[in-house]
Ligand binder design. Structure first.
Ligand code: AMP
Ligand code: ZN
Length: 456
């Protein structure tokens, strides 16, 4: 299978470190607030990646971090810790805040058919590993101390700018160039000291003083702990390329002298009215909000699959409506499939596999699905077996039918209509159909008799 690697800016054949295995680290949520559907687009993409790897017979070990400490409100290592800020605002313990939003996040995963990672790893439960990593960097002379923490000296890592193709000289006034006591504008905090006159909810002892780890070090420490110093794939949103992932590479490779990750795969943003939005700025719905508007979470999953993961997707309710209609149409057609066999499914299997293996081309995979539904070269039975196979990747519950209990009144009207049709009383039959329609159902006359359908 081929995948676009941010490291080389090229489409590359995926070659695992260990035969038939794939180690994947996916940057997870900062659990101080609800994840919006933009965040969730990124996790739908990593879920598809994982399903495609599994389809290609790789045994996947996926680690996802939960950032429950250390992510500051500003990328320049300033500002408040997002978790502590939320705890203060809501008058709760940081731990409770983290657990609450993580629970919601996991529920969203279920609703969207996103598989849970093999392991969730909380930053606050890996302080020891992060301290060890900082110690290693200190021994190798990559660190220095300021009045507010221990920093990584990016000038000592010659390839620092390479991954994101940064032009450091031109990095101008903006978030990350606040220098204060830093030696270089790109240096970043590995450990921050607790404020002198304030007791933080989450703080730990360290060789440098009481404090808490920086956000970037958590991902390096936890990914290397569970996947090894050099592992296969690291995923995240494209916003992480320039700072978070650049810093992860610098500190990991500086500490091990090894290549950190072989394939970096990034998902493009979900935009709101053409603009980037972050969780802190709001602007995008949550899944529960979409449910309140009567959408099924899988309508959103379908919408995500209509655009390639590397292409920004502009979110509108109109686009979601259209996704909902398409998915409904597909599901209705699947329900009407008959029980015949006549063709050869190999051609379609091949086309589907080629699509997903070409850098997760899901729009093309959906086109193959549509072709299968439409073609008269296949019987219903073959179509259904193909669709079930495809849905292992798409995960749109295509063959799951809502089992609604048909009211007795409707069943009786259908029976009456059957009798009328036998007696060729067409006018009565039509009247009964209208009545059935007015109650939210429809009947279709087939060779095997009347088929009842629920109207929406
Ligand atoms: P956070 O909880 O802010 O750390 O973000 C979690 C994940 O969502 C990260 O991988 C981000 O890159 C990603 N992300 C944030 N905003 C968006 C967006 N609008 N569209 C897609 N992904 C996003
Ligand atoms: Zn990360």
């Amino acid at each position: 299978m081929k995948i676009y690697n941010t490291l080389s800016r090229k489409l590359e054949e995926f070659k695992p470190i260990k035969k038939n295995e794939a180690g994947v680290y996916s940057c997870g949520p900062t659990v101080y607030w609800y994840q919006h559907i933009g965040n969730l687009r990124t996790y739908i993409f990593s879920d598809i990646l994982r399903r495609v790897l599994e389809h290609n017979k790789f045994k996947v070990k996926q680690i996802m971090n939960v950032t429950d400490v250390g992510h500051l409100t500003s990328d320049a290592d300033e500002g408040e810790d997002k978790m502590e800020k939320a705890a203060k605002k809501e008058g709760k313990k940081a731990k409770d805040i983290a657990n609450y939003y993580l629970k919601i996040f996991k529920e969203d995963f279920k609703k969207l058919n996103i598989q849970s990672p093999t392991k969730w790893t909380k930053a606050s439960e890996h302080i020891k590993e992060q301290i060890e990593l900082i110690k290693k960097l200190e021994e190798k002379k990559f660190t220095y101390k300021t009045s507010d923490g221990i920093y990584f000296d990016t000038s000592k890592f010659p390839n620092y700018a390479k991954f994101a193709k940064l032009n450091i000289e031109k990095l101008e006034a903006g978030k990350r160039v606040e220098i204060r006591e830093k030696k270089n504008k790109t240096d970043f905090a590995l450990w921050k000291f607790s404020p002198k006159n304030e007791k933080r909810q989450q703080e730990w002892k360290s060789p440098w003083g009481i404090g808490f780890p920086g956000w970037h070090i958590e991902c390096s420490a936890m990914s290397m702990k569970y996947l090894g110093e050099n592992f296969d794939i690291h995923t995240g949103g494209e916003d992480h390329i320039t700072i978070h992932h650049t810093n992860e590479i610098a500190q990991s490779e500086a500490s091990t002298d090894k290549k950190f990750v072989n394939y970096w795969v990034h998902g493009a943003f979900l935009l709101s009215k053409g603009k980037k939005v972050s969780k802190s700025k709001g602007g995008l719905y949550t899944i529960s909000e979409l449910e309140e508007l009567n959408y099924n979470p899988l309508d959103f999953r379908y919408l995500c699959l209509t655009t390639k993961y590397r292409v920004p997707l502009n979110f509108t309710l109109e686009a979601l409506d259209s996704a909902k209609n398409s998915l409904e149409k597909i599901k209705n057609k699947i329900q009407e499939l008959n029980d015949t066999s006549k063709g050869n499914i190999k051609k379609y299997q091949k086309e589907f596999l080629e699509s997903i293996n070409q850098d997760l081309n899901m729009p093309k995979a959906l086109a193959v699905l549509q072709e299968v539904i439409k073609t008269n070269k296949l019987g219903g039975k073959e179509k259904l077996s193909l669709i079930k196979e495809f849905d292992k990747i798409l995960a749109l519950d295509l063959t799951k039918i809502k089992k609604e209990i048909i009211p007795k009144e409707i069943k009786e009207l259908v029976k009456e209509r059957e009798k009328a049709r036998k007696k060729k009383k067409w006018e009565l039959s039509d009247k009964l159909r209208n009545k059935i329609n007015s109650l939210g159902y429809d009947v279709k006359d087939t060779k095997e008799g009347q088929k009842l359908k629920i109207l929406k």
